[in-house]
Design a protein around this ligand. Structure first.
Ligand SMILES: *[C@@H]1O[C@H](CO)[C@@H](O)[C@H](O)[C@H]1NC(C)=O
Ligand SMILES: *[C@@H]1O[C@H](CO)[C@@H](O)[C@H](O)[C@H]1NC(C)=O
Ligand SMILES: *[C@@H]1O[C@H](CO)[C@@H](O)[C@H](O)[C@H]1NC(C)=O
Ligand SMILES: *[C@@H]1O[C@H](CO)[C@@H](O)[C@H](O)[C@H]1NC(C)=O
Length: 624
């Protein structure tokens, strides 16, 4: 007998067979498609997703045992932490940050879990406003101090400027008064006294700055904050030290008791070589000592050495610009593959990613420099910035984890994205459910990762890229709802502190407030890269702008009446995209709050310093 396809209904009478098959088919349809007519995802579904996802997660290091990041939610929300809100953004800093859904920990849809703040080891410098008598020099030095603080902050440190008050606070200071020391040596001793008063840490000259990739071994070592022995660095003279408190003060006593060589100008010249551990292999710190300036930057050196006061002031005025241009050059050198501006969904996203493209263009141009094409003293073989060969800007659809590629991501709220993608500001819940796909942004962005296929399993990838030590040094993520013209100055300031140098603008290049400076040939801002996907026509562009503006208002809660349900529905439909958006919003806000809080503390402290007006000036008053 020929093999027969087995039909489960074949034992029924023919007519019943048809009816049963039809009934089964309808039942099947209801089961399969019924969900879309029911409500958008359930909490259970999310928890299930989170549980499935936990298998893919990296192990969190240093997690106290017994603390399971994926245990079922506790019954009360974790307590509010200090300074954990900014505008709409709220967060909770915790080791469990890699959990796909923050709300399973905070029990609050709007509170994102961020990684714990890393402690920033202090790096001290010593400065005495009395060194400079005239306004214009003081202004240049204030700029130097701002640049110094920003560069160290961006590399993960807490820069602190010390003055004579700290030195006098050191019990050893009493001895200094009884000694007859040359001015230069006395200043250096004051520096040591101030450091000894603060204790264990790093002491840097205010023209010694980190100029290296974030992962440089010396910077990584210094960031650990543990300095068992007094160390200095070959080639840096007194530019950089680190060590524990007791050894610092021991050195000062030793220096007081030393037989002074007639011409000693610094504490290290008074001491035997063995006092310090000397590290001979560092490339991370650029020290703009007079020796180095004479060697590498002749133009500035001649000006600084001039007997004409105006010319020497001019030399001092050029130095900050030179240092900023070097910070930018070294940053560019660490990203030899260029800048990637993510554009996961190419259509109708032109206006959305425009700020990211603008930023990439600004970053890829050269910073104006009094000595163009020069390198910092610690990296004579750098690749100087040449405006005819700007850094490459690409617009990939997917995020790539490449160590020498800097990524600028734009993370839209799912409502913003749906509105732009479908070119409408009258989204309905029905339309969202019937027509739009879930979590499109996240799925497109992480397409090249093989980790699972559900959008939930991909949330940790983006969280890692945004907030891990490795990821945050190689990327910036913008939430377009928070970018507006009035926010631009604030954004530029925040960027300068996370990158370590101000992002150049065309204005800064052409600004010639001081016309006597030789303005190096006009730097060209590289052209905008060609958009991939369809090039929008002017009408479409206007429409994109309008839609984006409306979405921005709606997200801020200032949309038309009754827009909350549609926003909630879009968020519920796109749980993963919403989670990433909230995470990025909170991450950026916390970065900003952390810095502002620290500045407020420093400011209060600087104010106590003898009431010198100039002391408050190393704070960012302008956005440059
Ligand atoms: C990217 O690569 C680094 C180093 O290889 C790794 O530590 C990190 O987890 C990766 N990030 C992502 C998002 O895969
Ligand atoms: C919005 O952006 C500004 C500028 O970067 C930042 O200071 C602020 O904290 C951001 N606010 C939120 C809620 O992300
Ligand atoms: C980039 O440069 C342009 C013009 O030079 C400036 O208007 C804009 O504010 C800059 N953007 C950023 C983020 O630096
Ligand atoms: C941080 O919190 C403290 C007290 O909780 C408050 O006094 C201070 O103003 C806050 N700072 C910022 C920058 O929000």
């Amino acid at each position: 007998m020929a093999p027969r396809t087995y039909n489960p209904c074949s034992y029924l009478p023919r007519r019943l067979q048809i009816v049963t098959s039809l009934a089964l088919f309808i039942l099947f349809c209801i089961v399969l498609f019924g969900q879309s007519t029911v409500d958008v995802p359930y909490r259970d579904e999310v928890n299930e997703g989170a549980r499935r996802v936990s298998a893919y997660l990296p192990k969190t290091p240093g997690l106290p045992s017994g603390l399971n990041p994926f245990r079922t939610p506790a019954h009360s929300p974790p307590p509010e932490q200090a300074n954990s809100t900014s505008g709409e953004a709220r967060w909770f800093s915790d080791w469990k940050w890699m959990n796909p859904f923050s709300s399973s920990i905070t029990l609050d849809e709007n509170r994102a879990v961020l990684p714990p703040l890393t402690t920033r080891p202090p790096v001290y410098t010593y400065f005495d406003a009395d060194w400079y008598k005239d306004e214009s020099s003081l202004e240049s030095v204030d700029r130097l101090l701002l640049i110094w603080r920003r560069a160290w902050w961006a590399q993960g440190f807490k820069p602190v400027i010390l003055g004579s008050a700290e030195a006098m606070n050191n019990p050893l200071y009493a001895k200094l008064a009884s000694l007859q020391l040359e001015d230069e040596l006395k200043t250096d001793v004051m520096r040591w006294l101030a450091w000894g008063n603060m204790g264990t840490g790093i002491m840097a000259n205010y023209v010694a700055l980190p100029m290296a990739p974030h992962s440089d071994p010396l910077l990584a070592y210094l960031r650990r904050g543990d300095y068992p022995q007094l160390t200095r660095y070959e080639g840096l003279e007194s530019g950089l030290f680190n060590g524990p408190k007791d050894q610092i003060n021991k050195v000062i006593e030793q220096a007081f008791n030393a037989k002074k060589p007639v011409k000693a100008k610094s504490v290290i010249e008074l001491l035997p070589k063995e006092t310090f551990h000397i590290d001979s292999n560092q490339k991370a710190i650029a020290f703009y000592s007079s020796k180095n300036i004479n060697k590498f930057y002749k133009g500035i050196a001649e000006k600084l050495a001039s007997d004409n006061k105006d010319v020497s002031r001019e030399g001092l005025r050029l130095l900050p610009q030179l240092i900023v241009s070097h910070l930018h050059t070294i940053w560019q050198n660490s990203f030899s593959s260029g800048i990637a501006v993510l554009k996961p969904l190419p259509d109708h996203m032109f206006t959305l990613v425009k700020p990211a493209i603008e930023l990439a263009r600004n970053l890829s141009q050269c910073t104006e420099s009094p000595q163009p094409s020069s390198c910092p003293p610690n990296r004579e073989k750098c690749v100087p910035c040449v405006s005819s060969h700007p850094l490459r800007i690409s617009q990939p659809m997917n995020f790539r984890n490449t160590s020498d590629l800097f990524t600028i991501g734009t993370v839209p709220h799912p409502y913003t994205m749906a509105s732009l993608q479908h070119q409408t500001d009258s989204l309905t819940i029905r339309f969202i459910r019937r027509t739009t796909k879930r979590d499109e942004w996240l799925l497109a962005t992480t397409k090249e990762f093989s980790t699972g296929t559900s959008s939930f399993s991909r949330i940790p990838l983006i969280k890692d890229a945004v907030a891990s030590d490795y990821g945050s040094a190689r990327s910036l993520w913008l939430t377009p709802e928070n970018l507006s013209d009035e926010n631009n100055a604030k954004l530029r300031q925040d960027l300068a502190w996370s990158l370590g140098f101000p992002v150049p603008t065309i204005e800064s290049t052409l600004d010639s407030g001081h016309s006597e400076t030789p303005v190096p040939g006009p730097e060209r801002r590289p052209p905008a890269p060609k958009p991939e996907g369809k090039v929008p026509d002017p009408v479409e562009l206007v429409r994109e702008g309008t839609l984006l503006g409306k979405a921005r208002l709606l997200i801020k809660g200032k949309g038309p009446r009754n827009s909350t349900p549609i926003r909630d529905a879009v968020e519920a439909w796109n749980l993963a995209d919403t989670e990433v958006w909230r995470f990025v919003r909170a991450w950026n806000a916390r970065r900003s709050v952390e810095r502002r809080k620290w500045e407020a503390e420093e400011k209060a402290y600087a104010g106590t310093e003898g009431g010198k007006g100039s002391w408050s000036r190393w704070f960012d008053k302008d956005s440059d």
